[in-house]
Write a protein that binds this ligand. Structure first.
Ligand code: ADP
Length: 609
C-alpha cells in the first residue's frame, strides 16, 4: 500500500511539473500577460508538487527542510494569487480588489513563513489557525475566477466554452482536494484516501492542460455540434450578401463569433478599413503597423499591454487585404487552432468578396447599357424623323423630279430608314421596359388579323428564294391583347426567320388555337441554333456569333423584347431548333373566349417545355 501511495504521489507531482513546463512553453510562444499569469500560477503549483516529493524522497529536514517549507508555502500561495491575476489579465479587477488581493497575498506569505519558522512548535491550535488562513487565502484567490470563467463560458463558441470550463473544473477539483485534506480529519490519513486524492489531483492535470492547449481531436469533438450550423450561416452570408460592404460587415460579425473574439476587421489592399466590429479604427491601424514584417497569418503579439490579435491575408484580385481578430475579455488565448480556423474562414471570405465584386461590376455594366439605350434611342429619334420626312417628300415628288438613278435609290433609302426606325423603336421599347414605364393597351382582337398584318410588314425583307406561307384557322381566334405589340413580336419572329435563312427556303407561319391557348409558330429552314447558344437568345443584346450570321445586322433586342411582351400578356415564347436545319419559334397567348367549356383553367397558365 505504501508503494502504491508513493507511486501515486510521484505521478501526481510529475503531472503538475509537466503542466508547469507546458504553460511556460505556451507563454514563451505567445508572450501575452494572460499567458504569463497562467504560467506563473501553474509553474508555482509545479514547484509545490516537486519540492514536496524531493523533500520526502531525500528525507530533507532541519534547516534545509525549513527552507523547503518556506518556498513551498510561498509557491502555493502564488499559484492561487496568479490564477486571480490571470483572470485580471482579461477580466480586469477593480483597483481596490487588486490591492486587497496583493495585501492578502503579502500577509499570507508572512503567516505562512511564520508558521514554519517562529511558530513551529507553538500550540497545535495556533498552527491550525495559521494553516487555515493559508488555505482560505488560496481558496479566495481561486474560487472567484472559477465562478467567473464558468459564467463567461456560457456566451462563448463551443471550443472556448469547453476550454473555460476545463479550467474552472480543474481548479475546482484542486480546491475540493484541499478542502478534503484539511477538513477530512482522520479519514484523510488512510493510505486509500491518500491514493484517491492523489489520483483525483492527477486527473485534474490533463483537464487543466486542455484548457490552454487542447489537442485537435478534442477541439473537433467540441465543435461538432456547432460546425454545421455555422457553415450554413457562413455560406448564406457569402452567397446572398448583395454588396461588398454588406458582406464585409457581416463577415466581421461571423469572424468574432467563429473565434469567440472581441473584435474583427477587414482591411483592403490599400490599407483602408472596409469593415470593423468591436475594435476601434485606431487599434486596427496599430495592429496593421505591428504586423509589418511578421509571418503571414501568425499571431501578432508585439503590442505590449494589448490583447493579442491574429491577422490573416485575403488574396483579393486587386491585391492583398487582411482579416484580423482581436482577443477580448473572455478569450485571452489564441492558439494554433484559432489561427487555422481564421485562415480557412479567410479563404471563404475572399471567395465571397470576389463574387460580390464581379456581381457589382456586372450590375454597373447593366446600368450603363440601360442608360445607353435610353440616350441613344432618344437622340437618334429626332434626326431620323427629319430624314423620314424628306424621304416621303422625295417619294411624293414634292422636291422636284428625280433622274432615273435617283428614282431607283429612293425606295432603298426608304426601306433602310424604315429598318432604322424599327431598331430605334426596339431600343425605346426596351428602355421603357427597364424603367417599368411600358403600358399595354389590351383590346379584344382577332389574332388572325394581327398575324397577317405582321407577316405583311415583314414582306419587304423577303429576298429571292424565300417562300412565305401563312396558315390560319377559318374561325376567329379571340384574344385580348395590345395588337401593336403582338404584331411587333410576330413580325420580328418572321423577320428573323428570313434573316437567319440566308440561303432562302420556306418560312411557315402557322396559327392554331387549342385548349384555351393560341399558338403562332414561325418555322424556317435556316442556320438553326446550337444547344449551348440557347440560353442567350432571350437576353438583352444577346446575339449568337457564327461565321454564317456575323455579317447580319441586328441589336439582339428583338427576342428579349418579344419574350417580355409575351409574358406581360400572360404568354410565352419558346424555341426549338436543329442546328443547320432550321428553327421554330412559337408565341403562346391565352385566348379570351375559350371555344370549349373547361378550358378556362388552361387559359390562365401557359405551360411551356
Ligand atoms: P437580332 O436578330 O437583332 O440579333 P434577336 O433578339 O431577334 O436579335 O435575336 C437574337 C439572336 O437569336 C440573333 O442574333 C440570332 O443569333 C438568333 N436567332 C433569332 N432568330 C433566329 C432564327 N430564326 N434562326 C437562327 N437564329 C436566330
Amino acid at each position: 500500500m505504501i508503494l502504491a501511495e508513493r507511486v501515486a504521489q510521484n505521478l501526481t507531482a510529475l503531472g503538475f511539473i509537466a503542466l508547469g513546463v507546458a504553460t511556460a512553453w505556451e507563454w514563451n510562444r505567445y508572450r501575452g500577460r494572460a499567458q504569463a499569469m497562467l504560467a506563473l500560477s501553474l509553474g508555482s503549483l509545479a514547484i509545490v508538487a516537486g519540492l514536496a516529493r524531493i523533500q520526502a524522497l531525500l528525507g530533507i529536514s532541519g534547516g534545509a527542510g525549513v527552507a523547503f517549507s518556506v518556498i513551498t508555502i510561498i509557491a502555493f500561495l502564488a499559484s492561487g494569487y496568479f490564477v486571480l491575476m490571470f483572470r485580471d489579465a482579461f477580466l480586469p479587477l477593480s483597483r481596490r480588489a487588486r490591492q486587497s488581493a496583493a495585501v492578502l497575498f503579502g500577509v499570507s506569505c508572512v503567516v505562512g513563513v511564520a508558521d514554519v519558522t517562529v511558530l513551529s512548535g507553538a500550540s497545535p491550535g495556533v498552527m491550525a489557525v495559521a494553516a487555515a488562513e493559508l488555505i482560505l487565502a488560496w481558496i479566495v484567490f481561486v474560487l472567484e475566477p472559477i465562478i467567473r470563467f464558468w459564467l463567461a463560458s456560457r456566451s462563448l463558441p463551443s471550443v472556448q466554452k469547453a476550454r473555460m470550463r476545463a479550467l474552472s473544473f480543474g481548479f475546482a477539483g484542486l480546491i475540493a482536494i484541499l478542502v478534503f485534506d484539511v477538513f477530512g480529519g482522520g479519514a484523510v490519513q488512510s493510505p486509500a484516501a491518500i491514493i484517491a486524492t492523489q489520483l483525483i489531483a492527477l486527473a485534474m492535470v490533463p483537464i487543466i492542460y486542455v484548457s490552454f492547449a487542447p489537442p485537435a481531436i478534442l477541439r473537433g469533438i467540441w465543435r461538432m455540434g456547432e460546425t454545421a450550423e455555422l457553415r450554413a450561416a457562413i455560406q448564406d452570408l457569402l452567397i446572398f450578401s448583395p454588396t461588398r460592404q454588406d458582406l464585409a460587415e457581416k463577415a466581421t460579425g461571423w469572424a468574432k463569433r467563429l473565434l469567440g473574439a472581441q473584435g474583427a476587421f477587414i482591411v483592403d489592399s490599400e490599407g483602408t478599413i472596409v469593415a470593423s466590429s468591436g475594435v476601434e479604427d485606431r487599434e486596427v491601424i496599430e495592429i496593421m503597423a505591428a504586423r509589418i514584417g511578421a509571418p503571414e497569418g501568425g499571431i501578432e503579439a508585439s503590442r505590449p499591454g494589448r490583447a493579442p490579435a491574429i491577422v490573416t491575408p485575403l488574396h483579393l484580385a486587386e491585391g492583398i487585404g487582411y482579416l484580423g481578430v482581436t482577443a477580448g475579455q473572455f478569450t485571452p488565448l489564441f492558439g494554433s487552432d484559432e489561427v487555422s480556423q481564421l485562415r480557412g474562414y479567410a479563404s471563404s471570405v475572399t471567395a465571397g468578396l470576389e463574387r460580390v465584386r464581379v456581381t457589382e461590376r456586372l450590375a454597373a455594366i447593366e446600368k450603363n447599357k440601360t442608360q445607353f439605350l435610353n440616350l441613344a434611342s432618344h437622340e437618334l429619334r429626332g434626326p431620323l424623323t427629319v430624314v423620314r420626312g424628306y424621304v416621303s417628300m422625295l417619294e411624293g415628288g414634292l422636291l422636284g423630279d428625280l433622274n432615273e438613278r435617283g428614282r431607283k435609290a429612293v425606295p432603298v433609302i426608304s426601306a433602310k430608314v424604315l429598318e432604322m426606325n424599327g431598331l430605334i423603336e426596339q431600343m425605346i421599347e426596351a428602355a421603357r421596359l427597364e424603367d417599368g414605364a411600358l403600358m399595354l393597351r389590351p383590346e379584344p382582337t382577332d389574332l388572325r388579323n394581327v398575324v397577317s398584318a405582321a407577316v405583311d410588314s415583314a414582306r419587304p425583307l423577303v429576298e429571292d428564294g424565300h417562300q412565305i406561307r401563312l396558315k390560319s384557322p377559318d374561325r376567329p381566334v379571340r384574344v385580348r391583347v395590345d395588337g401593336e405589340r403582338i404584331k411587333t413580336i410576330v413580325s420580328n419572329l418572321v423577320g428573323n426567320a428570313i434573316k437567319y435563312s440566308p440561303g432562302g427556303g420556306p418560312v411557315e407561319i402557322e396559327l392554331v388555337s387549342r385548349g384555351g391557348i393560341a399558338r403562332v409558330a414561325v418555322r424556317d429552314q435556316g442556320v438553326g441554333i446550337a444547344k449551348e447558344d440557347m440560353p442567350i437568345l432571350f437576353t438583352r443584346f444577346g446575339r449568337v456569333w457564327t461565321p454564317e450570321t456575323d455579317h447580319l445586322p441586328g441589336t439582339g433586342l428583338g427576342l428579349y423584347l418579344g419574350r417580355q411582351l409575351a409574358r406581360l400578356h400572360g404568354g410565352e415564347i419558346t424555341v426549338e431548333s436543329d442546328p443547320g436545319r432550321g428553327s421554330t419559334f412559337t408565341l403562346h397567348l391565352p385566348v379570351s373566349e375559350p371555344s370549349r367549356a373547361g378550358s378556362m383553367q388552361e387559359q390562365s397558365s401557359i405551360h411551356v417545355s
